[in-house]
Write a protein that binds this ligand. Structure first.
Ligand SMILES: [Mg+2]
Length: 370
């Protein structure tokens, strides 16, 4: 079997699908990071020059060539392109062998996968309603970001308002549901510690990206100072990007994203590295349903899996959307990824893509981290 061509498909709100076509009619489906989607699609085009004519089953070899073979390694754009293509190659292999991808990764070590949705609200009442709705649907964990654009050191009022959100959500969901707080890299380490100390009494499952991820020593200092577990990793790529976080014990939970970390096998390798450091994985995934399906295949096979983020299950996009019951997803059981795009539904979806918001502080117009 030979790869004949690659195809990318932009779909609103922020999804970039990739298809790898073969000369035997099998088509593999993948998904790349959908932010900066034009650049990522361009990187997929560049990979096509190498992949066309190749045997699609040599997944590790192709990964090595895509990652190492072109000198300029790393970064979100290249890794997103590699990830989407790699997912599609696993889909081809699974379809050719007639088995689900999780079977090729060692088989299931769990029967279903715990999922968490996002909650939101512009007012405390709306946030409370959103949290109550998620619990009523059966979810056992919810996540949101309680922070506005934040100064390196911000006011007691700002801290009080953020803590009030956490108090309200804990009150609404009770003690049998986990609350996950995404700090989105918006805080200085000093602010992260001030806020983390404040949130601790509401016992969040984790604080995510309490500061930006480039300075692992700063993250490690926060992790040593706060008693709430720290999670990070959505903006790290490949096993090389996670090494320092694990070695410095900068997080209790790592969050590689299958659409950017290097794909399915790379996510499994990062999980194995984390396991040896007694660190859990909670894969990041605010993207489309193909990313959700790819994540589930790895989650099924990883012993140190904790919980899976999701936004999209595939309604109005997949022929058979992923099913979630009582907050747990069924692992797709068909050959390959076990999900297929509904071409007509996808064609009807808008192509207009989401631009990542930019934030500036209201008082002086200086840039704030989103
Ligand atoms: Mg996040």
């Amino acid at each position: 079997m030979k790869i004949t061509h690659l195809e990318t498909l932009h779909v609103a709100p922020r999804w970039l699908f990739v298809r790898v076509h073969t000369d035997e009619g099998l088509v593999g489906l993948g998904e790349c990071l959908g932010d900066k989607a034009r650049a990522v699609a361009g990187a997929v085009d560049e990979l096509a020059g190498y992949l066309t004519g190749q045997d699609p089953f040599r997944i590790e070899h192709h990964w090595q060539l895509m990652y190492r073979g072109a000198f300029w390694r790393g970064g979100p754009i290249l890794n997103a392109a590699i990830s989407g293509v790699e997912i599609a190659l696993w889909d081809i292999l699974g379809q050719a062998l007639g088995v689900p991808i999780y079977q090729l990764l060692g088989g299931k070590c769990r029967e279903r996968v715990r999922m968490y949705p996002h909650i939101s609200g512009d007012t405390l009442e709306d946030l409370a309603e959103s949290a109550a709705s998620a619990v009523a649907q059966g979810f056992t964990a919810v996540k949101w970001c309680p922070l506005p654009p934040t100064r390196a050191v911000d006011t007691p009022k700002m801290r009080q308002e953020a803590a009030e959100q956490v108090r309200v959500v804990r009150e609404v969901v009770g003690d049998e549901v986990d609350i996950l707080i995404d700090m989105h890299g918006r805080l200085s380490p000093a602010m992260a510690i001030l806020l983390g100390e404040r949130f601790a009494e509401y016992e969040p499952m984790f604080l995510e990206e309490p500061c930006l991820p480039e300075n692992v020593d700063a993250m490690a200092r926060i992790a040593r100072t706060l008693r709430t577990p720290i999670a990070t990793g959505e903006r790290l790529f490949t096993r090389f990007g996670f090494r320092e976080v694990l070695e410095k014990q900068a997080a209790a939970i790592v969050q590689p994203d299958v659409t950017t970390c290097g794909g399915i096998m790379e996510l499994k390798k990062i999980a194995a590295m984390a396991e040896a450091h007694y660190v859990a994985i909670a894969p990041h995934n605010p993207y489309g349903p193909v990313a959700t399906a790819a994540s589930l295949h790895v989650d099924a096979c990883v012993p140190n899996f904790l919980i899976q983020e999701f936004v999209a299950l595939g309604e109005g996009c997949l022929k058979q959307p992923i099913t979630v019951t009582d907050g747990y997803a069924d692992i797709p059981d068909g050959p390959g990824l076990g999900v297929e795009l509904d071409d007509r539904a996808v064609r009807d979806r808008p192509r207009q893509l989401w631009d990542i918001p930019t934030w500036c502080h209201a008082d002086d117009g200086s840039v704030a981290d989103w």
